[in-house]
Design a binder for this molecule. Sequence first.
Ligand code: CDP
Ligand code: MG
Length: 134
Amino acid sequence: MERTLIIVKPDAVARGLVGRVLSRFEAAGFEFVRMRFELLPEELVRRFYAEHEGKWYFARLIDFMLSGPSLFIEARRDEAIHRARNLAGATDPCEAEPGTIRADLGENLPRNCVHASDSSESAAREIGLIFGAD
Ligand code: CDP
Ligand code: MG
């Protein structure tokens, strides 16, 4: 079984959408392994998104992720990584397919409700950063 890191981001938490986001993952057969509800320290948020450092949207991404608590979830199922990305939909809610979380519940960039790891390397790195080793 494959593992991935899902984040219910601060916009979704603030708008009371945690339950609806979790329900979609459960209905899609994801099993939740560990969860952490927290406003992370800035240093950890910057490390989490280090690959985006230098991009024009980096500052707004960090500000957004520090705007309130998020729910971090280690989840598993077969093909978890690509299935979670498909459920989330395209990065920009305006371009995401109807039926995806970002299209149905997201607002704009960076307020797109959810994160899902983009590869097995990213999943291992992100799960390690948020939850530590098994
Ligand atoms: O989250 P995902 O992997 O789909 O997208 P990304 O390209 O890795 O970007 C990470 C996050 O940065 C996005 O989910 C958005 O919240 C934010 N972002 C943004 O604010 N503006 C962009 N043009 C691209 C990304
Ligand atoms: Mg990404």
